[in-house]
Design a binder for this molecule. Structure first.
Ligand SMILES: *Cc1c(COP(=O)(O)O)cnc(C)c1O
Length: 405
């Protein structure tokens, strides 16, 4: 465990931890003494996960086997978990489902459905700074549906909508840039889409569990997101889909698997989609992964998204404060907005040999996330990071950067 070089900062960190009501949650995570600043990738499990999985395996699967799907609520879990998630997303019940797919598959399903809602429009619009899988999937959807993929820069995105909006079938954006943490406000971009008649699709992967997205209030059309980042659902946790009630009668998903059928167990030959959020389901969900995600959600739902966001911002601000004190030079390498209101849950520094610095930090018990060639991301997951850890991480960072130069 590294120790902060500056005892004044360390004292200040401990003082703030003592005052912060969420500090007690740290004990609820199996962090093993490591400082996890990579919660925008894969953070630690919540304690008690193994016992929860054992409860389901030994207490449900073993005695009831196939009957457990019906008798233990397994079949409903994609919706049950979806509704819990909805409270973090500002989505009312019956609009979020965890179908059991990856974010990539879920996005394919949502983007194709979005384009199908606007059959006469030639363009699928996406931000150039998108997470790579989003660019790849959007390209494939455009090819499949014979549309034109338009890739615009962050600023060019809204300009394109203003100038060519009547050509746009669907526009995909993210509320948090996966590299820099910079925010894009959901409301104005969604309103712009609606003003030109386009469907707005959001990839919430880097926002879910750390930033309020207010999907209902912002009148979002379709959204997807990842289960294994701030949600802490575990390695390969399934992704979610949001379909507002108002679109459920008209949306038409391409992945028409039997679990999305109005009557999955009638075993009929033609596909009739469920008339509710279940139509976004595909096949048999990965039950144990859903159990793990459900377990992870409990403290997040208990604390609530606004408090989670406040806590994460506070930790990010303290990181910058420590950096200003320890190394103004490193602070000058900030690749993210300085203003906390313009950032999601993480920030990034431009540091040469980022991968070596990442390794050196891991050796001193601080997990971060390097993105080649020169970006290091630091994520402030609200429930398992403390001010004291942040102060220690900044100290380890300064030493690691000196060490590799
Ligand atoms: C992490 C992430 C994904 C992950 O996709 P998977 O198919 O679940 O691996 C997709 N999109 C974005 C924006 C992400 O941040």
């Amino acid at each position: 465990m590294p120790s902060a070089g500056n005892s004044r900062l360390l004292d200040e960190a401990r003082r703030r931890d003592d005052l912060a009501p969420l500090t007690e949650y740290v004990r609820a995570f199996a962090t093993d003494g490591v400082i996890h600043l990579n919660g925008n990738s894969l953070g630690p499990p919540r304690s008690g996960l193994a016992a929860e999985l054992d409860r389901v395996v030994t207490g449900q699967w073993a005695p009831r086997q196939v009957q457990a799907w019906f008798k233990d609520g397994w079949l409903d879990l994609p919706r049950t978990v979806g509704d819990k998630l909805g409270t973090l997303l500002g989505a009312g019940p019956g609009q979020v489902v965890v179908a059991g797919e990856t974010t990539s598959t879920t996005l394919f399903n949502a983007l194709t459905a979005a384009c199908r809602l606007r059959p006469d429009r030639p363009v699928l619009l996406i931000e150039a700074e998108s997470f790579p899988t989003d660019l790849y999937i959007a390209d494939s959807v455009a090819k499949l549906l014979d549309r034109e993929l338009v890739v615009e820069s962050r600023d060019g995105f809204d300009t394109y909508l203003r100038d060519n909006g009547s050509r746009v079938a669907a526009a995909l954006a993210a509320p948090v840039d996966f590299r820099t943490g910079e925010r894009r406000e959901i409301r104005p971009t969604t309103a712009l889409c609606h003003a030109v008649g386009a469907i707005s699709v959001w990839d919430l992967s880097h926002a879910t569990g750390v930033l309020p997205v207010d999907l209902d209030a912002n009148a979002v059309d379709l959204a997807v997101g990842c289960g294994y980042k701030y949600l802490g659902g575990g390695p390969g946790a399934p992704a979610f889909t949001y379909v507002p009630i108002r679109l459920q009668p008209t949306v038409d998903f391409p992945l028409s698997g039997w679990h999305g059928h109005a009557k999955p167990f009638a075993m009929v030959q033609t596909f009739i989609p469920a008339d509710d959020i279940d139509q976004a389901r595909t096949g048999t969900p990965p039950l144990l992964s859903l159990v793990a995600l459900n377990h992870a959600l409990a403290p997040l739902v208990e604390v609530g998204i606004h408090e989670l966001h406040r806590r994460s911002s506070e930790l990010g601000e303290f990181f910058l404060e420590c950096l200003a004190d320890r190394s103004p030079e490193l602070l000058g390498r900030l690749a993210s907005p300085l203003d906390a209101d313009r950032r999601g849950g993480h920030l990034a520094l431009r540091v040469p040999q980022a991968d070596k610095v990442e390794e050196a930090l891991a050796d001193s018990g601080v997990l971060v996330d390097a993105r080649p060639p020169d970006l290091i991301r630091f994520a402030f997951a609200p429930l398992y990071v403390t001010h004291e850890q942040v102060a220690n991480a900044v100290d380890a960072l300064c030493r690691a950067v000196e060490g590799v130069q």
